[in-house]
Design a protein around this ligand. Structure first.
Ligand code: C5P
Length: 395
């Protein structure tokens, strides 16, 4: 489902000032945003701020005469694809649990026929209180999506859970929740990160791949409804909770892990930066320094992607080509050599370790440029493209 219109509810809390930034991001993202504030929220931030950002009058009162038929509690959510309450104060969450409807926002939530998302924000003791925890569990059981909270420094000076997620992360979580389920029922296998080829007990050959692109692709595939297995070299990222996660070190390990699960995969996306060579006879002990020249003997690693795509019945295989020159030409050659329906080209100088990237998708039909954007956005667009190609081929 595409998200077009949203009611942004703001309740009383210091984080209310961040809701103004959230409103700006939502509008910038192309959404029609209707602001609704609780009475308490108006002590923290002015309605005029939301009005100016969203271009709509902001409502607080159940009996507001600006709504034509006096049915503000129904009219404001008519045609809305979601209600997002950010920040959602402890008291407001308690109200939701009990179905109370004593102000406009709580009444809108009770009378809605669209999904409700809440972003709790409160002091850590209030968050940890058994009553709040019970309320959160109940809301989740009632089908409400709870976003956050985060942990960190709080306005009261304490440190702990209760901080509202940052506006950008809320926008991202909202988008994630509404991604079309293009890959439902499909198993997607993804490799990510660098490999590490041991030289001795402590040293090795690796590369600066951060794993950010591969992990973003894994996340996007999960959002699209796929069952994801993520095989990753050593990176500093937490794998998505919903993925089956297989950590590996070397290219040989990665090949073994891929072979152990690939039979059931419908789609294989090789994002990993696999070392082309490994060290023959690595030393079991740390090599001691001396005055001699040290020579390492390197042997070529197996090409994981090429070996999978050469199988008699391969999954739908997608490769990545990081190049430093002749980007499209080299990537297309790789696509043909490895017999891939799709390869994703990117400039290694811009992309490695970075949060943003420009991608060129090369397939049988030609090339499609995804202009520079953050990796999460690019991963979603890539998943949409893969789903389209996959569905044309197999359905
Ligand atoms: O290293 P190269 O540029 O050939 O990588 C292109 C694609 O092949 C990438 O998707 C990469 O993950 C995959 N690859 C692989 N095994 C290798 C080398 C590359 O799966 N040994």
């Amino acid at each position: 489902m595409e998200l077009k219109r949203i009611v942004l509810g703001v309740t009383g809390g210091v984080a209310a000032y961040k809701a103004a930034e959230l409103a700006r991001l939502l509008v910038k993202d192309g959404l029609d945003v209707q602001g609704v504030m609780s009475e308490a929220a108006r002590h923290f931030v002015g309605a005029a701020t939301f009005q100016a950002i969203t271009g709509h009058p902001v409502f607080t009162d159940l009996w507001d005469e600006r709504v034509d038929n006096g049915m503000a509690h129904i009219d404001l959510t008519r045609g809305a694809d979601a209600i997002l309450v950010a920040p959602a104060a402890a008291d407001f969450l308690a109200k939701l649990v009990h179905g109370r409807a004593d102000d406009l926002l709580s009444t809108l939530c009770l009378a809605r026929d669209c999904p409700l998302l809440v972003a709790p924000a409160m002091n850590r003791r209030m968050w940890e209180a058994p009553a709040t925890q019970r309320n959160i569990a109940q809301l989740a059981a009632d089908g409400v999506t709870v976003l956050g909270p985060d942990s960190g420094e709080q306005a009261c000076g304490e440190i702990g859970f209760g901080r509202m997620l940052e506006p950008f992360d809320l926008l991202d979580a909202l988008e994630a929740r509404f991604q079309p389920k293009r890959l439902t029922g499909l198993k997607v296998l993804i490799t990510a990160g660098p490999t590490f080829e041991a030289i001795d007990a402590v040293r090795g050959i690796t590369n600066p791949s951060s794993g950010k692109m591969g992990y973003a692709v894994a996340r996007a595939a999960i959002e699209a409804g796929a069952e994801v297995t993520l095989i990753s070299g050593r990176v500093c990222l937490a794998p998505p909770r919903e993925a089956r996660f297989l950590p590996v070190v070397s290219a040989q390990d990665m090949l073994q892990a891929v072979e152990s699960v690939v039979d059931t995969a419908d789609i294989f996306i090789a994002v990993a930066a696999v070392a082309d060579y490994y060290v023959l006879n690595p030393s079991e002990q740390k090599i001691k320094k001396d005055a001699h020249i040290l020579t390492l003997e390197l042997a070529p690693n197996p090409d994981i992607l090429a070996s999978i795509s050469a199988r008699p019945k391969p999954p739908f295989c997608v490769g990545f080509a990081a190049e430093s020159e002749n980007l499209e030409e080299y990537a297309e050659l790789k696509r043909r050599r490895k017999h891939l329906p799709l390869i994703v080209a990117n400039d290694v100088k811009e992309s490695v370790g970075s949060d943003t990237v420009r991608l060129i998708l090369l397939d049988e039909a030609g090339h499609h440029v995804l202009e520079k954007a953050d990796k999460r956005t690019q991963a979603r667009k890539l998943v949409a493209h893969i789903a389209e190609l996959y569905n044309t081929r197999y359905q």
